[in-house]
Design a protein. Sequence first.
Length: 259
Amino acid sequence: MIINFNNKEIGVDKLEIFPVISARASKINYFHPYREKPITEDNGDFYFRNQYARWKRVLDKFVDPAWNAIDIGACFGDTPLIIASHCKKVVAFEPGYKGIPLCRMNFASNPDLDIEFFDYGINDKSGSFEAFYDEDGYNGGVVTEKIKIGKWKYSTHLNMKTFDEHFSAYSDEFKKDLKFIKIDTESSDCRVLESFKDFIKGNGAIVSLEWWPQTHDEIQRLVDYLDYDIYDAGTLNKLNNPIWTNSWRQEVLITPKCT
């Protein structure tokens, strides 16, 4: 498979070979957009190695390998690959114009992993929405008041569907086992999750979402509604509300109590 990336043709010769500890695959083949040369198994890619190690700790502690998962905001495909090496099936969503071809190549290059990919995002409403993004084209999100923080200066439109619209045709068996949800939509995570919080509450799913200081109150309201606990995804420590509000945390996990 060959894709056009930054006006260059990128093929399988650019894929990195990354050995993993998994019953589902012995390695992950992966192209990282910040690296323009082949990476061997020996020297590896620091970014992906760090991501894999961090996510593997989360998955081993909180996520049953028999579960299905979804990844809302797959970027260039690194987290869906890692989650799929642990879970039964991953449904991944990425609406960004640069992320879409990278996801397609990375997923197609790992046929042992069960990943279903869609080139649109999940939102609280369906349609095309104005979005901000950075100069590399990898990070960004649908415009909201909270996302106007000066981090991104370019604009585009992203296609979205609602959770209910997308998953209405999926089997009850699939949805019963849909127990892990990763959301990274750059300050829109709570709005996305709010739109299907009753599914989460009824299913007891674990959710990973990005914590921004300006979304703290929204996260806490969701946690209170779900009657969930909060964990730091880096340290895996349970967080108490008065403590964790005072520092930046890249991701948090919200889980049913006594997980």
